[in-house]
Write a protein that binds this ligand. Structure first.
Ligand code: ZN
Length: 156
């Protein structure tokens, strides 16, 4: 295993041990909220992911989740939550990150992921070589995408 691979392993392990965003959603007053349940039948991973969005600016002010599943799915949801919180993403920016992550995870190990967009999520690039695990890695991101659509529908 290369030094980079073992660094990536460590990132995934850290997130699965100390998940970011796991727990109940705290929504500032006046925010729009959305929640989505996503299930990955091929592995048994499940997540309920919720967000709170400022209706005026589209800024995601809260993200939280509950779930159970393999370490890939849980670490990926944690990394996603960290990304949304640290970079204070808007709906549009979050969608951009989701698109970049999906592209990386479906690339079967090819190409160079954009670390500026994906942060720690580049640690999951190795997963893209294992078709069976792609849905594990995507679980939280698919749930967030569904939440974004719900909030957009509420904003009208
Ligand atoms: Zn899984």
């Amino acid at each position: 295993m290369s030094a980079l691979d073992s660094l990536y392993q460590e990132v995934i392990l850290d997130h699965s041990k100390r998940p970011v965003g796991k727990g109940a959603l705290e929504a500032p007053e006046g925010d729009l909220t959305a929640s989505h349940h996503e299930f990955n039948p091929s592995c048994g991973d499940e997540i309920d992911l919720s967000i709170a969005v400022d209706p005026a600016t589209g800024a995601i002010e809260g993200i939280a989740w509950e779930g159970q599943g393999c370490s890939i799915s849980m670490a990926s949801a944690s990394i996603l939550s960290q990304l949304v919180r640290e970079d204070r993403l808007t709906i549009a920016e979050a969608q951009e990150r989701i698109d970049a992550f999906r592209e990386m995870i479906q690339a079967r190990g090819e190409g160079e992921p954009d670390e500026d967009l994906l942060g720690d999520a580049v640690a999951l690039q190795g997963v893209s070589k294992f078709v069976m695990r792609v849905k594990c890695a995507m679980l939280g991101w698919v749930a967030l995408e569904a939440d974004l659509r719900q909030v957009e529908a509420q904003r009208g």
